[in-house]
Ligand binder design. Structure first.
Ligand code: ADP
Length: 496
């Protein structure tokens, strides 16, 4: 069966309303309840999502456990081929998925949502090609014994995802888990349940039923029972540090492995000799202004050398000023909206903290949309605070919004120490023409993803994940699939 792309996201949101995908079928929640999903650009209700509870988790895990048995018996290459086929089919739905994710998250279609839908398909294609890489080793243990290791799947994997890049984050977990021979139960974020449900529906036209299940619901009612379920043998979670700790503790009770991708407060260090235009473009990309700063890797601590500070800040501000804030579905829009009321309140509270910070100057960028249809939208003008100190709250706490703190620096050793003075360690970048200095910084910056003269986002094939409270484990690469979604079994043949 093939699904025809539905390019009207409002129609699609209604059609997907009130459902989980369990055992290959769209089904309502066992309790019969739903919760509303709104359009962050207008506040209008666009649909509903099934209110998942333990009852649904139990059914999904039973279904996933049954499907995993046959899946694990297939050759790794055959599994990879099917996952790659998911990538091919999903690539025909990029426009549809991009529009729906723009509608439910408020991320602009042209600058963010369509791009994310493309990476989703790419991630499945990438992992689909890795089936035959699930290799073990031969070990020269004893000349009379053949000693080998083989990679075996862990079983049912629980994937818990956030709302900011739901497609990409779900893909890098699920594609790796599936190719490695596992089955998957995903718990979507309450703010963005519909597009990932559509992805599940599309994938179920390719995969055997039960292998890939999608539940919607809230953390305590649906996420927690998934982590706690005795037949869930691995959990991969992306979200806040606070919830990550809860998930880690619950996994510890069961003694199962976890991968945690948590927050960040990533430093971007701009040196005096940096290519100014390249670094300005990098600050825009790194701060994710087009995603309203809603990114765990956002370069939200911008360290600029004192000799170029004023010019640099003026150029960044001018570029952000030129960005169009508006309806996420409009092709002219660069910047969309904040996802939820809770997040909006959080961002506003941090802007207030910035305003009250001694020595800080607030620079408000871009312009709010004037279209009366968007009057109830959760639009926030991006804010740059200069005159910040690394010890200020705005530089230590993750905001997850369009708020950038600029810190002036003069001494290299001091700026490195400040960049590392953070509980987080997800990403970092340095901008300079001095390659010896850049090499030194890459060795000393405490982060899992360090870049020189660029601020790329997650790429298929590159291990992604943080150190310190930014998380445990890596995702998006071959190594991550091997390390996090398989067990290594040692087998010894006595040949005497
Ligand atoms: P954010 O603040 O970005 O929404 P959260 O960490 O609260 O981040 O949420 C990330 C994901 O974790 C969401 O899918 C959410 O429903 C889920 N979640 C929240 N609480 C729990 C919990 N106690 N157990 C499992 N999952 C949870």
């Amino acid at each position: 069966m093939t699904l025809t792309p539905e390019l009207d996201p409002f129609k699609l949101a209604k059609a997907l309303s009130g459902k989980h995908l369990i055992g290959g079928k769209l089904v309502p929640a066992g309790c019969g309840e739903v919760f509303e999903v709104d359009n962050p650009a207008t506040g209008e209700i666009i649909g509903t999502a099934a209110f998942g509870t333990k009852e649904d988790v139990d059914i999904a895990v039973i279904s996933a456990k049954a499907a995993q048995k046959d899946w694990a018996k297939q050759s790794a290459r055959a599994r990879g081929k099917l996952v790659a086929e998911c990538g091919r089919v999903l690539s025909a739905h990029v426009e549809e998925l991009g529009r729906l994710v723009a509608l439910e998250t408020g991320k602009a279609l042209r600058t963010e949502s369509r791009v994310e839908a493309g990476v989703l398909a790419d991630m499945f294609t990438f992992f689909g090609g890795l089936g035959s890489e699930l290799k073990g080793e031969t070990i020269p243990f004893n000349p009379d014994m053949l000693t080998v290791t083989v990679r075996e799947p862990v079983g049912v994997v629980g994937c818990i995802i956030p709302w900011n890049v739901p497609l990409l984050l779900m893909a890098m977990k699920a594609a790796a888990a599936l190719v490695a021979g596992n089955s998957v139960v995903v718990k979507s974020a309450e703010e963005a349940p519909l597009t990932v449900l559509r992805v599940a529906e599309i994938m179920n036209t390719v995969l055997p039923p039960g292998l890939f299940n999608m539940l919607s619901g809230f953390g305590p009612e649906c996420g927690a029972p998934l982590v706690e379920h005795p037949d869930v043998k691995k959990v991969t979670f992306t979200g806040s540090v606070e919830t990550g700790r809860i998930v880690y503790k619950a996994a510890a009770e069961k003694l199962i492995p976890v991968t945690l991708e948590l927050g960040g407060k990533s430093p971007m260090i701009v040196c005096a000799d940096a290519d100014m235009d390249q670094a300005v473009a990098g600050a825009l990309a790194g701060m994710r202004f087009t995603r309203q700063g809603q990114s765990c890797t956002a370069s939200s601590r911008l360290f600029v050398h004192e000799s170029i500070h004023d010019e640099f800040v003026a150029k960044v501000k001018a570029k952000v000023d030129a960005m169009v804030m508006g309806d996420p579905l409009d092709e002219k829009t660069d910047i969309g909206t904040i996802v939820s009321d809770g997040q909006l309140e959080r961002v506003r509270s941090y802007i207030k903290i910035g305003e009250e910070t001694k020595g800080a100057t607030k620079h408000v960028c871009s312009a709010l949309p004037t279209d009366p249809k968007l009057a109830k939208g959760r639009f926030v003008q991006p804010v740059i605070f200069t005159g910040m100190k690394n010890s200020d709250r705005l530089c230590q706490e993750e905001i997850f919004g369009p708020v950038c703190a600029v810190i002036k620096w003069s001494d290299y050793e001091d700026v490195l120490a400040q960049a590392n003075d953070s509980e987080y360690g997800l990403a970092a970048s340095i901008w300079t023409r001095d390659f010896k200095l850049a090499m030194d910084a890459t060795k000393r910056l405490e982060a899992g993803f360090v870049q020189v003269n660029q601020n790329l986002v997650v790429q298929p094939g590159l291990s992604y994940g943080g150190v310190k409270t930014s998380g445990i484990g890596k995702e998006a690469s071959l190594e991550s699939m091997l390390e996090h979604f398989t067990h290594k079994k040692t087998i010894i043949f006595n040949m005497k």
